[in-house]
Design a protein around this ligand. Structure first.
Ligand code: BJW
Ligand code: ZN
Length: 256
């Protein structure tokens, strides 16, 4: 199947669909220069053990290493721009009901112009107090960090003095309240679900394609590589987000 030709079956689904949900993962932002988690060589997790850094245990045992890594990632995300895939989804949303459910903690969908975005794993820019009873947001300027391993002592919360933490969801933590229920409702209320740039190994997000299919909603994977989900979708299109999505959205464009 050609990466530059939208599969016929997908064109038909896209043209018939009035409501689409797009589930995105790190591969969605790869062509914006934000490294994925698990891709060989480029993945952050080739250099750092994810369980060590993106985890509650790491936060508790070495908060300045964890905080410094996230401050660095905030700067990387700030410097990045939405790619052609993000822009195509925003364009599509101007004429079709397109809702985004993302595992990404960057804000590239919003910056591309999508307002209907559910963040399952939190948001990089939404730092907050680590005391769960306080949870006050933190909006002070962040220090400049040029290396991912530079340590930064988390500042104290201005309300209760507890350390400020990244606004993301680590393994073993609950997803933001209501996020999974909203995502499930969106998927079940769709005529088509696209799964873009995720390895499909992190739950409960990886349940959403199964939920859709179980209710007869066609699910299409857009990813240059096979994933854990590939055998559980209706169609796999082996292309990248920035190449495939503009072609797909173009196939649904109104006649001139
Ligand atoms: C391209 C491309 C291009 C490359 N174009 N594509 C049920 C069963 C089994 C386990 C569990 C379960 N329920 C819960 C668990 C435990 C755990 C879990 O899933 N573990 C698995 C590892 C087994 N889940 C949790 O703990 C979750 N919490 C929870 O369930 O709470 C309830 C609970 C609490 C306590 C006890 C029990 C239950 C929380 C999960 C939080 C995940 N957090 C992270 C870090 C976020 C912060 C941060 O950014 O630092 O989220 S981990 C990391 O993985 C991040 C991502 O959002 C997530 C998914 O990764 P993603 O997006 O798929 O990226 P990659 O790198 O894996 O894949 C990239 C893909 O892109 C590849 O396929 C490439 O081919 C492709 N690609 N270029 C398109 N240009
Ligand atoms: Zn506080």
């Amino acid at each position: 199947m050609s990466a530059d030709l939208v599969p016929d079956e997908l064109v038909a689904w896209v043209r018939q669909a009035t409501t689409v949900t797009v589930l995105t993962g790190a591969g969605m932002s790869a062509e914006s220069g934000i490294a994925t988690f698990r891709d060989a060589q480029t993945g952050l997790w080739e250099r750092y053990d994810p369980m060590q850094i993106a985890s509650v245990d790491a936060w508790l045992s070495d908060p300045s290493l964890v905080y410094g890594w996230y401050v660095w990632r905030v700067a990387v995300a700030h410097a990045a721009a939405p790619n052609a895939g993000h822009l195509a989804l925003a364009d599509w949303a101007r004429r079709t009901r397109v809702r985004i459910v993302t595992q990404n903690v960057d804000d590239l969908h919003e910056r591309a112009g999508n307002s209907d975005v559910v963040h399952l794993h939190g948001e990089l820019m939404a730092l907050r107090c680590s005391d769960e009873w306080c949870g006050a947001p933190y909006d002070q300027p962040l220090p400049i960090v040029s290396e991912p391993t530079e340590r930064v002592t988390p500042p104290p919360c201005s309300v209760c003095g507890a350390p400020v933490r990244p606004g993301v969801v680590w393994f073993g933590e609950m997803l933001p309240e209501g996020a999974m229920d909203t995502a499930a409702d969106l998927v079940l209320g769709s005529d088509l679900v696209l799964v873009v740039g995720t390895s499909g190994i992190v739950y409960p997000a990886a349940m959403l394609p199964d939920l859709a299919r179980g209710h007869g909603v066609p699910v299409v994977e857009i990813n240059p590589e096979a994933t854990d989900l590939s055998d559980r979708v209706d169609l796999c299109w082996r292309t990248t987000a920035a190449r495939g999505l503009p072609l797909l959205v173009g196939s649904d464009a109104p006649a001139p």
